[in-house]
Design a protein around this ligand. Sequence first.
Ligand code: SF4
Length: 348
Amino acid sequence: MKQALLGKTLEELQQVALSVGLQKFAGKQLAQWLYVRRVTSFDQMTNISLKGRLALEQQYTIGRHQPVAEAVSQDGTKKYLFRISNSVSGLTSNSSAYIESVYIPDNDRATLCVSTQAGCKMGCKFCMTGTLGFHGQLTAAEILNQIFSIPDSNKLTNIVYMGEGEPMDNIDHVLRSLQVMTADWGCAWSPKRITVSTVGVVPGLQRFLQESDCHLAISLHNPFGAERQDIMPIEKRYHLTDVLALLKQYDWQHQRRVSFEYICWHNLNDTVRHAKELLRLLRGLPCRINLIRFHAGVDQTFAGSDEKQMEWLRDYLSDNGITTTIRRSRGEDILAACGMLVNALSQE
Ligand code: SF4
């Protein structure tokens, strides 16, 4: 099977150039074609000899492919469906799988929420994606293809790794994609424009903290371990307290930012008791909290907090020293909001 060039580092592209009989410096040219000019075929690489292009084409693909379906929300949010197959590492079935990405325009910002796995293993009780089960790790090429191949790609100002899957459970490919996005030889984006989220998979998180300068978002959702584990099985394996102890070893005053995602449920995690424990746990860690409205999915046993309670929680936490905002919900009508990615477009 041919390998994709998308996702390869400068050093690897130099090796690719040498292996097809080109000079080492052609590796830099390849990086420019792939990551700056963002070509979709070898024909477009006009400063590489015809012989070289033919040799490349025999052994490699670019790794680019278009979304196969799209849905547009009343609020302008767009959801894209990508079909992935052979290039997915560890695909659990022989057939192809689908993933979704969500484009969220907002005044002068335009954010893309990308997937890092097909489905997810983590099984968070409140998340519709969790019901899909796990279908495979996305390669760096498949992660980058979402960013490069949506129609509004050149309008993007921010990227969040918050789509299908747990990024820290696919850390090699996630780090590789971040490297391509931020390296001088790649897309040269500031790491401050990219946020990677996690439920707290500690080994992957450790590598992320050491090898990337991008922002971090932790899905917290309940400050009490016993209650958190009822809705997030990961708590049984990696405790939130251990995740926080790890984070407190890093310098968060400068450069990168850590935020905590907190879906609000009526009486389940929006009470004074929870607010006080949140403050206690996060003391000493410069951070912010994003309160998220719950989008009822398959399991109607969860009921979201009402607006008044969310505002109370926001004000209580903010008044006690943690900047807290209520995140505006986007794309709910097309199942594009947080935790709603179930590849529904593939059945349309
Ligand atoms: Fe997976 Fe994230 Fe959904 Fe949890 S919330 S099941 S980690 S996609």
